[in-house]
Design a binder for this molecule. Structure first.
Ligand SMILES: Nc1ncnc2c1ncn2[C@@H]1O[C@H](COP(=O)(O)OP(=O)(O)O)[C@@H](O)[C@H]1O
Ligand SMILES: [Mg+2]
Length: 427
């Protein structure tokens, strides 16, 4: 089934803009994950696709027909919610078979179908039990079974795994993908968990405050995030985002000044000429730990020097957080700001780059100021940039030690003061 959203918005009474002009095309058989922090509008968007909620503006169509019509008319669409609504007084078999009663299946046909679905989900032994006699994971499987039993053409899942422990989540993640793909069904899957999104999705749609920030294959949104927000949101550890001033040295290189240090991109570097247009301006530079390698202190080319602020040991690796004497770019991470202030502020990505947009003589909107305060980096304070690097487990260096890091300048990310990726932004 094909899902098409055209400029869809939802404003709740009271003025909360839960979804802001989202356009999205989910192709038949595709699994699209809606990813974003709590309150960014994922559930509202999914409910509009399910026909449970009407958009304030724009259209949602399923195979060309209005979502509401499809949802009411058929059994083509199945939804699995985060809050499992199993019937407590019914057995597992009755719970799974429940939708078939309405579809007019007789007892024998229903029994057969329930058995088939239950064994596919590995809960064939549990058919006689009540929900209260099941573990969380088993209950989740029953809820999935109830959705699957109708052979829907469209699955809508709203954080179905978020109440489960890590082990189970990992297991069910692959099972869900397999089941959906086996059925050839289309699926819109909602989560706030980036690992789920990146491992399950054919394409990921990232939302912030009801606004679609980026849409693409997991590797694409990870390697070329379209906005500063996505850059800072995806990845563990997160991308380091640091303020830099662009300084062009004619015919030689483009320097990125960060505090007392700088990185130099030779003219031949693909992105140097593009950055040259920002001469004298402040931009945000993103470094994933993958682009940073510790080197001996006397290395000279494109090296940043810093001191270890603290270390974090993760067993298979350790992370070192370095102070490199630069300024961090802070992003307002809170999913949703004050009700009613969304529109006009965060249209597109403007307003997300709180610190940068408050500079250069451009007055920051009052709401941006607030965001800055919340992030603990007011306009007149300087947030200390931390550069996260990966080290072998339990390294010999300790807190306070100096560290030199070579930067792979071909793997940097650049964002303008509106938070747009510079090689995508038009100038
Ligand atoms: N029925 C409602 N009435 C008013 N505001 C709502 C309603 N449902 C959701 N909201 C608001 O809309 C925003 C998006 O909510 P939601 O779609 O549930 O986000 P998510 O699922 O991403 O956590 C939130 O600010 C939420 O408080
Ligand atoms: Mg939700």
């Amino acid at each position: 089934m094909e899902v098409l959203l055209r400029d869809v918005s939802k404003v709740f009474p009271g003025g909360t803009v839960a979804v802001d002009t989202v356009s999205l095309h989910v192709r038949p058989g595709e699994l699209v994950v809606l990813l974003g922090p709590s309150g960014c509008g994922k559930t509202t968007l999914l409910r509009m696709v399910a026909g449970l909620e009407l958009p304030t503006a724009g259209q949602v169509t399923l195979d060309g027909r209005p979502a509401r019509t499809v949802a009411y008319s058929g059994r083509d669409v199945a939804m699995v919610f985060q809050e499992l609504a199993l019937y407590r007084h019914m057995s597992v078999a009755e719970n799974i078979g429940f939708p078939l009663r309405w579809a007019g299946f007789d007892d024998a046909a229903r029994h057969e179908k329930v058995l088939e679905v239950a064994s596919a989900l590995g809960i064939g032994e549990l058919l006689g039990r009540r929900p209260s006699q099941l573990s969380g994971g088993q209950r989740q499987r029953v809820a999935m079974g109830r959705a699957l039993v109708r052979n829907p053409r469209l699955f809508l899942m709203d954080e179905p795994l978020s109440d489960l422990d890590t082990q189970l989540r990992t297991e069910l993640r692959t099972e869900i993908v397999d089941l959906v793909k086996d059925l050839g069904a289309t699926c819109v899957y909602v989560t706030h968990d980036q690992t789920e999104a990146l491992t399950m999705a054919d394409r990921v749609a990232i939302l912030r405050r009801g606004v679609l920030q980026d849409l693409g294959k997991p590797t694409d949104v990870y390697t070329r995030p379209a906005t500063l927000y996505v850059a800072g949101f995806l990845g563990q550890p997160r991308m380091n985002l640091i303020e830099a001033t662009v300084v062009v040295s004619l015919d030689q290189h483009v320097a990125l000044r960060m505090g007392a240090q700088e990185l130099r991109l030779p003219w031949l570097h693909m992105q140097a000429r593009m950055l040259a247009r920002y001469h004298g301006e402040r931009i945000a530079v993103g470094f994933r730990p993958e682009a940073l390698t510790p080197v001996p202190p006397d290395t000279t080319d494109n090296v940043l020097h810093g001191r270890v602020l603290y270390l974090e040991h993760h067993g298979h690796e350790s992370l070192a957080f370095l102070d490199v004497g630069a300024t961090a770019v802070t992003i307002d991470e809170t999913g949703y700001g004050d009700p009613g202030t969304n529109r006009g502020r965060s249209r597109g990505v403007r307003g997300m780059l709180a610190r940068l947009s408050g500079r250069g003589g451009r007055p920051a909107a009052a709401s941006e100021e607030k965001a800055v305060e919340r992030a603990g980096a007011g306009r007149h304070e300087r947030a200390r940039a931390e550069l996260t690097i990966r080290l072998a487990p339990y390294p010999s260096i300790g807190v306070g030690h100096p560290v030199a890091v070579a930067v792979d300048v071909t793997r940097l990310h650049f964002f303008d003061d509106a938070g747009m990726r510079i090689d995508l932004a038009r100038r």
